[in-house]
Design a protein around this ligand. Structure first.
Ligand code: ADP
Ligand code: MG
Length: 724
């Protein structure tokens, strides 16, 4: 019934009148951020300089200056209609959090003034007892602090001044995703600068750059509301494939439907006002799947902008009666959604460290960073696999459409040749100090517009950056950016130690660099793969090479959480053991909870929606057969009722299978729920509850094909995927 009602509603939908003013994007870009333009206008020269020093060199801002900045921010925000302010942070739920306070301060005589102090800008103490902390913060000491992150500009959302902050416990432990990210970014800055000095003494700072590509599905809200599974889990737990879905590849880069276009224009407008440099929009592979990508930015800012964009698109979709699905796999058998993380390093002298150069010095620099990344990835592949592990992404990874659960890197034929050459030279010439040895392989110039693009690789070099493709569409990019920058920082420290060691032994600098790189190329070779990562053959080959192929979230998390990882995080002061243990617990708990919710939804839907309708239809068939028997002679009856009778039997069988398997699944859930240990519970859910999903789904989807369309209670794939 809900389905039919929903279908009626949506056939009447039209594109919403567009709310975007005409004019150039540059006229309003960033108008809702307290960025450079606003700061120059509102801050004193001294305060501006202090903020810049905080941004660029992490210098502290004292109380007096903080008061000044707060006053200026307040003036700017109130001028733009703000009544409230909030610290905006990224708790371990994976979304963003805010708690609004009015600028108001009562004064004598029943009046009030707008007030905002430096202390309120710099630090707040939200009651944080309901955020996940993995046991770090007990409820009796519920205090958590948020502290201003000046490297990401304050912005205005809903007449509220939002101040990006980190979130830490009373005892100083990180309770968010931003804190470790900032620490990893600072580690990579230091390590990359130190190595840069081999090639250019002027480099004083290196930033990580990130350009994300956000994929998402749109579904009409009326249909969405008629699917309890979408509402509660973000994905369809049932649904037979549509006769046509993506097999004709006619959606990819196709014309964007008008209603969708109006939605895109509006969210892009809002994104631009917030300084998010969104640039690209297009249809994706699956029907009703789309992508949005900005120009890359400094990684911390890009992470914030992605969080903000996910919030914005959900919001603005509502105005157009769409619901955005950020889940990695909302529909079975059509493509899921990812969030490619394009990642590189940039110096304060304006050089992209993953950009091949024109002379031998810049070529050597390029090779240094490239090879160190490959080496780091090889050493820490399990950690990188764990970074993208979520129940949603488990449906993508290893399925025949997304990067596999095996971490490997693609660099293209040209660079493969270059690395081989580099390695070969080491074999030809063993004399460390000979001139010949300084032959740095030439990087072909065509590399930059490399068309040799392997879409099946989870981690691909694309001309002047790496593209980490295995990241899930709903994830915060900090989950990928923190470990990637951390492992590279650690690797570069190691590299420098080895090169310096050789230099001390009187090996020439270039030669020392080359020698170490050669060894790295050899050692990290197993991580390189140029073929089709989706193929069965690669799974076998990867196993031979000793690469992990970890299919489930709990296993990925367990595999990567060990002493080696803890040492890595502690060495660079990104997270300590206690913080990591807490995070591990949270992830395990969350995994079990999510599978539990899906299992419940599945059980409810099957029992309360599907089975009753199947019985209803079966009764119609039974009545029909009885009627035939009355009006037909026995021989004709036997002949003509055969199909109906078979359907009645089929329906009974599916119903029986559904009921039995739902009951067994509930039994397994009961066992799991008694477990106290989060890790044990997550594993149990994975091994003993999850397998029922496919079985139950199989029978429900079969019923969908048998039961009268008018009676079927849930919107079908052809409706969810195609109705505009
Ligand atoms: P595609 O991968 O879809 O072919 P592009 O190669 O044009 O698209 O770029 C995709 C993303 O890569 C964009 O978000 C872009 O900003 C980002 N990107 C480009 N250069 C860099 C860089 N140096 N560092 C980080 N991201 C980058
Ligand atoms: Mg891409």
């Amino acid at each position: 019934m809900f389905r039919i009602k929903a279908l009626e509603i949506i056939t009447e939908r039209k594109a919403r009148e567009n709310a975007v003013p005409r004019g150039k994007i540059s006229d309003y870009f960033g108008e809702l951020t307290f960025g450079d333009t606003a700061m120059r206008e509102y801050l004193t020269a001294e305060a501006y300089e202090k903020v810049m020093n905080a941004v660029n060199y992490g210098e502290k801002i004292d109380r007096k200056i903080a008061d000044q900045i707060a006053a200026s921010m307040k003036a700017w925000a109130i001028g733009k209609g703000c009544t409230h302010y909030t610290h905006w942070f990224h708790p371990l739920t994976g979304t963003t959090a805010e708690k609004h306070d009015a600028f108001i301060n009562p004064i004598d005589g029943g009046k009030a003034i707008e007030n905002f102090q430096g202390t309120e800008l710099i630090q707040q103490e939200p009651d944080a007892s309901s955020f996940p902390s993995g046991g770090i913060r007990n409820t009796f000491e519920a205090r958590g602090y948020t502290a201003w992150d000046p490297t990401s500009p304050a912005f205005i959302l809903d007449n509220t001044l939002c101040i990006p902050t980190i979130f830490v416990s009373y005892t100083g432990e990180a309770l968010d995703f931003k804190t470790p990210l900032l620490k990893a970014l600072s580690a990579i800055d230091k390590a990359a600068v130190d190595v840069c000095k081999y090639f250019n003494k002027d480099v004083g700072k290196v930033i990580a750059t990130l350009g994300w590509e956000q994929e998402y599905f749109l579904v009409d809200t009326a249909l969405f509301m008629a699917r309890p599974d979408l509402v509660l889990t973000g994905r369809t737990v049932f649904g037979h494939a549509s006769a046509k879905d993506q097999q004709l590849s006619d959606h990819y880069f196709g014309t964007i439907p008008e209603r969708v276009m109006e939605f895109m224009k509006e969210f892009e407008y809002e994104a631009h006002r917030l300084g998010i440099p969104v640039k690209t929009r297009h249809n994706e592979v699956a029907p009703n799947q789309f992508e949005c990508a900005p120009v890359f930015e400094e990684a911390n800012l890009a992470v914030d902008h992605n969080q903000l964009l996910m919030h914005l698109i959900k919001r603005i979709a509502n105005r157009h009666d769409f619901t955005v699905l950020l889940h990695e796999k909302p529909y079975a058998r059509v493509n899921g959604s990812g969030k490619h993380n394009n990642w590189s390093l940039m110096t304060d002298t304006g050089v992209n460290l993953l950009s091949p150069g024109k002379d031998s010095n810049s070529n050597l620099r390029f090779l240094t960073y490239l090879v160190n990344i490959l080496k780091a990835l090889h050493t820490h592949a399990d950690l990188i696999r764990a970074a993208i592990a979520t129940p949603g992404n488990d449906h993508r990874l290893g399925a025949n459409e997304a990067p596999p659960a095996i971490i490997s890197a693609f660099i293209g034929t040209q660079l493969t040749k270059v690395l081989n050459e580099l390695e070969e030279q080491g074999k030809i010439n063993h004399n460390n100090n000979s001139e010949l040895n300084l032959n740095i392989p030439k990087i072909p110039e065509i590399l930059l517009d490399n068309t040799d693009r392997n879409r099946t690789s989870p981690f691909a070099f694309t001309g002047n950056k790496f593209e980490f493709r295995a990241v899930g569409s709903s994830a915060t990019c900090s989950k990928a950016m923190t470990p990637l920058n951390l492992i590279l920082a650690d690797q570069l420290v190691q590299f420098k130690k080895e090169v310096d060691g050789l230099i001390r032994k009187k090996v020439k600098k270039e030669n020392a660099v080359l020698q170490v790189l050669r060894r790295y190329v050899k050692e990290s070779k197993p991580i390189l793969f140029e073929g089709n990562s989706y193929s069965k053959a690669w799974e076998e080959e990867a196993a031979k090479r000793g690469l992990s192929n970890i299919k489930s979230t709990p296993e990925a998390l367990i595999k990567s959480f060990n002493d080696k990882t803890v040492r890595l995080y502690e060495k660079h002061k990104v997270l300590n053991r206690r913080e990591m243990e807490a995070r591990h617990q949270i992830k395990m708990e969350k995994y079990a909870q999510q599978i539990q919710i899906e299992a419940r939804v599945m059980g409810d839907l099957a029992t309360n929606h599907i089975v009753p309708v199947a019985i209803q239809y079966q009764n119609i068939l039974i009545e029909n057969v009885k009627g035939l028997k009355e009006v037909l002679d026995n021989k004709t009856f036997v002949k003509l009722s055969k199909n109906q009778v078979q359907s009645i039997k089929d329906i009974s069988e599916h119903i029986t299978e559904i009921k039995e398997n739902v009951n067994k699944m509930i039994g397994q859930r009961k066992i799991a729920n008694k477990m106290k240990d989060n890790q044990e519970k997550a594993l149990y859910y994975n091994k003993n509850v999850l397998p029922y999903f496919e079985v139950i789904r199989y029978h429900v989807d079969k019923l969908e094909l048998l039961v009268d369309d008018k009676l079927w209670p849930l919107p079908k794939y052809r409706e969810l995927l195609f109705l505009k």
